[in-house]
Structure formats: structure tokens, C-alpha cells
Ligand binder design. Structure first.
Ligand code: COA
Length: 465
């Protein structure tokens, strides 16, 4: 009796499995015809084959994960896989760009890409499906599964030059685009020999073999082009960093700014840096500009005036005094203005600050800043003087409450305490502060203290770690 029961239970299980598989095949066919008719025939065969070999598959809707920082959408920059192409775990699927950074999305599955949901240039909302993947594995795919733990980007970096909209008009497969990118080539510079001018792998290899191949418009060694006069208006969609600037500058408009300017005599610091910069470069390879001294002195002054390193909370009920002095530095890059910050300056020596600043500057210029680099600033400096100019009107980056713009250090005549005229190295500093939180007198006292440290750099010795 027991045996009969066991047998009938087994028969029942087998028939349930058979039914499930039949449903699975039907569901998949319906989904496939709906989403990607071209692959339907191929896929149907695939399902039948699976049924006979007992390897099960599932259609996973692979979604754009929440990449943090309140980012709601990201622009599709580049696809690395085609529909119908096999994909393996950890393989890059696509690259998206939010208004803060870009992220490569990697697969968490082995399988086949059945459908891509966005075209290049389209905005993907966080939480929506990027691709359908027909997963190879143990799971029984009775219906399209929701990817419950969507992929988290493995690398977050600013846009790379090959992802500019200009190359999007060039016909090329993702593999060819990747190859061009690896060799730092601009697809616009390569004549395509494929159908409709499509750039194929051979075109890239031929281009590389030419001696002048590296002299593309994306090459950093290229001479600046001769400016041409525009014949008509041109409209360009605001994207990435520039779009983020619109948002953050609009937010800063809500802040009642007040300005405060002063000039600092940098003569001693100029001398000090002159004495040691070659040796530092020789011994450590680090470029020692004025900024590491200014940042260390700023941190020492912030320790005395912590309200300048504070933030107003969202409800405007509390002031949060930040423990770390994460000093943001405006970095001018070909892609727009970036504001990475050197973290915990209060714990760093001047040389350590220099190392980190060099890294951030380099990363900014090469589109290699990470999300971590650009978040968390608590106070900012903008060294506009490295480009030129005397005074500036800096704009606060909320939630920070103050920012300083440093002018160019110039040799100017000034009276000394004895009433004699001397040649001094003068740097004008322009402060902007949030008047809801910072009083003018506090800003002036802070600036006086910083001026004292920079005019007498030996006092900074007290703050060396
Ligand atoms: N006055 C005079 N000389 C200056 C200077 C200043 N204010 N700032 C820098 N210099 C000198 C440096 O000491 C260095 O000289 P050296 O070659 O003898 O060593 C040279 O100019 C180049 O310095 P730089 O490479 O710019 O390094 P830095 O550490 O001083 O500055 C950045 C790094 C990232 C801040 C700077 O390159 C930058 O991007 N500044 C622009 C910021 C900006 O756009 N602000 C506007 C925001 S709205």
C-alpha cells in the first residue's frame, strides 16, 4: 500500500514537472515573441532542447540598481553586448552615466542577452529593466523573473572620452567600440569599410598600423584646433557634470551668500616652497604646489572655527559640526568643473595632502575620479589663481557653508611695518559664506587666522602630524 502511494506521489510529481515545463516553454515563447520577435524561433528551439536535457533556464529581468547619492536616472552611454549575444558573470553589459559619475554595469549571470531596453542616449530610471537575460543554470524558469538583487556597479568613474555623443553616430559594434577605446582612438577618425560605412575590427587594426594613428582628436598630445566661427546657433543637451552643475548651482541660489575679501602676503611661503619643492619632487616624485600648505593651514584654522566646517540639516533645525576636514578642491577639467575632496586633512601632513591632491587632479583630468572622491566635502577652496585673476565670487556647494577663491599670487609693492615699500607676493582671497549660519565677524576672524598661518608658515609646524 505504501509502495502504491509512493508510486502515485512520484507519478503526480512527474506530471506536475512536465506541466510546469510546458507552461515554462509557453510563457517564454509568449515573452519572447512580445519582446524580441527576431529571436523567438531560436529561443523556442532552446527551450525544447532544455526540456529534453533537463537543464533548466530562466528569463531574468536585469535591472538598474540604486547607485546611491539620490540618483534617480542614468543615461545609457554604451552597450557592450548585443541582443542574442552570450554573456558571462562579471562581464560588462553596459555603461551608464548619472549626473555625478558613470558606472559600468556587470552581469551577475551566465546566459544570453534576449532584449536591451534602452538605446544609447536614453535615460534609464533606477529600478527599471536594462536587459532580459536568458539564464543558464539550475533555476526553473516558469516566467520572467525579476532580478531581486540588481547589479551594483563595480566601477564608478567619470565619463570617458570615447563615450561622447559624437562617436554615437558612427556605426560599429560594441566590441569594435571597446577595441577603439582600448587604443584611445576616436571612431570619427576611422574610415569604416563595412556596410553603410560601419567601422569593423580590421579598420581599427589598419588605423593603428599607420604611424600617425595616435594623432586623433581625442589624443592629449594633439595641438589645439584653430577656432572656427559658428555659422548658426547650435543646441546641445545638458548632460552629466554640466547637468549636475545646473542642479547644484540652483540649490546654492537658495543660500544667502555674503562675500568677504582680503589679501595675504605669501612672500615667506613662496620662499619656503622654492627652497624645498625640487627636493620633494626628486625624493618623492610629488609636485608640491601652494595648495597643500593652504589646505593644511585652512584645516588648522577650521579647528579654531568649526562652524565654518558645519552643515545645516535638511529641516533647517540643527547645525551639524563635521569632525573631518574634507577639503574640496575645484578642479578644472575638459569635462567640466569637478569638486573632489581631500579627506581628513586634519590628520594629514603637507606631503600627504600633496600626494592626494596630485592624485585627485590627475584623476580629474583623466576621467578617473571615483564616487568616493567626489562626495563628502565639508569646506571648499577654488584656486582660480592657477589660471589667472585677482578676485572671484565663489558660490557655495550645499550643504557646505563656506568656500574660498584664491587669486593669482602677484609681486606687488606694499608698505611694511616700518613704512618702507617692499616687493611682496600678494594673493587675494575671496570668501563666500552662508549668512544663515555664518556671521561676517566669524568669517573675518577665520580669514585673519588663516592669513597669519600663511604669512608665517613656521606656525604650521604646530599642526604637523
Ligand atoms: N598663484 C600663483 N601660482 C600658482 C597659483 C596661484 N594662485 N596656484 C598654482 N600656482 C602655480 C603652482 O604652484 C604651480 O607652479 P610650479 O609649476 O612652479 O610648481 C603651477 O601654478 C601649476 O599649479 P597646478 O598644477 O594648477 O596645481 P595646484 O595644486 O596649484 O592646483 C588645481 C590644482 C586642481 C586646483 C588647479 O589645477 C585647478 O584646476 N584650478 C582651477 C580651479 C577652477 O577652475 N576654479 C573655478 C571654479 S568656479
Amino acid at each position: 500500500m505504501h509502495r502504491v502511494n509512493r508510486l502515485s506521489r512520484r507519478l503526480f510529481r512527474l506530471s506536475a514537472v512536465a506541466q510546469t515545463r510546458a507552461t515554462c516553454a509557453v510563457n517564454k515563447d509568449v515573452l519572447l515573441v512580445k519582446h524580441h520577435p527576431k529571436l523567438a524561433a531560436k529561443h523556442t528551439q532552446h527551450v525544447r532542447w532544455l526540456n529534453t536535457t533537463c537543464v533548466r533556464t530562466g528569463l531574468v529581468q536585469f535591472k538598474l540598481a540604486d547607485i546611491g547619492e539620490g540618483i534617480k536616472e542614468a543615461e545609457m552611454l554604451e552597450w557592450f553586448v548585443e541582443e542574442g549575444e552570450k554573456v558571462s558573470q562579471f562581464q560588462d553589459i553596459c555603461e551608464v552615466q548619472s549626473d555625478k559619475s558613470t558606472a559600468k554595469i556587470t552581469s551577475r549571470y551566465d546566459g544570453v542577452i534576449m532584449k536591451r531596453y534602452y538605446d544609447i542616449g536614453e535615460n534609464a530610471q533606477v529600478g527599471t529593466t536594462l536587459v532580459d537575460i536568458e539564464v543558464e543554470g539550475e533555476e526553473d524558469g516558469t516566467e520572467a523573473k525579476q532580478d531581486e538583487t540588481p547589479d551594483v556597479p563595480t566601477t564608478i568613474e567619470p565619463p570617458t572620452p570615447t563615450q561622447t555623443p559624437e562617436t554615437q553616430g558612427v556605426l560599429a559594434t560594441p566590441a569594435v567600440r571597446r577595441l577603439a577605446k582600448e587604443h584611445g582612438l576616436d571612431l570619427n577618425d576611422i574610415k569604416g569599410s563595412g556596410k553603410d560605412g560601419r567601422v569593423v575590427k580590421e579598420d581599427i587594426m589598419e588605423f593603428i598600423d599607420q604611424p600617425e594613428a595616435t594623432m586623433t582628436s581625442s589624443s592629449p598630445t594633439m595641438m589645439p584646433s584653430i577656432p572656427t566661427v559658428m555659422l548658426q546657433d547650435k543646441t546641445e543637451k545638458l548632460k552629466g557634470i554640466r547637468k549636475a552643475m545646473v542642479r547644484s548651482m540652483k540649490a546654492s541660489l537658495d543660500i544667502p551668500h555674503f562675500g568677504y575679501d582680503d589679501e595675504y602676503d605669501m612672500s615667506e611661503l613662496v620662499l619656503l616652497r622654492k627652497k624645498i619643492k625640487k627636493e620633494v619632487k626628486h625624493n618623492t616624485g610629488v609636485k608640491l604646489s601652494y595648495m597643500p600648505f593652504i589646505m593644511k593651514a585652512t584645516s588648522a584654522a577650521l579647528a579654531q572655527y568649526p562652524i565654518l566646517n558645519s552643515q545645516l540639516d535638511g529641516g533647517h533645525e540643527n547645525i551639524i559640526y563635521k569632525a573631518d576636514h574634507n577639503i574640496g578642491v575645484a578642479v578644472d577639467t575638459p569635462h567640466g568643473l569637478l569638486l573632489p575632496s581631500v579627506k581628513s586633512v586634519q590628520n594629514l601632513s603637507i606631503i600627504e595632502i600633496a600626494v592626494e591632491l596630485n592624485r585627485l587632479h590627475e584623476a580629474g583630468l583623466n576621467n578617473k575620479l571615483t564616487q568616493q572622491d567626489v562626495v563628502g566635502g565639508t569646506f571648499s577652496l577654488s584656486n582660480i589663481g592657477s589660471i589667472g585673476g585677482t578676485y572671484a565670487r565663489p558660490v557655495i556647494f550645499p550643504p557646505q557653508v563656506a568656500i574660498g577663491a584664491l587669486g593669482k599670487i602677484q609681486i606687488l609693492p606694499r608698505y611694511n611695518y616700518d613704512g618702507d615699500i617692499t616687493k611682496s607676493h600678494i594673493m587675494c582671497v575671496s570668501w563666500s559664506a552662508d549668512h544663515r549660519v555664518i556671521e561676517g565677524a566669524t568669517m573675518a576672524r577665520f580669514s585673519n587666522l588663516l592669513k597669519d598661518y600663511l604669512e608665517n608658515p613656521s606656525k604650521l609646524l604646530l599642526y604637523l602630524k
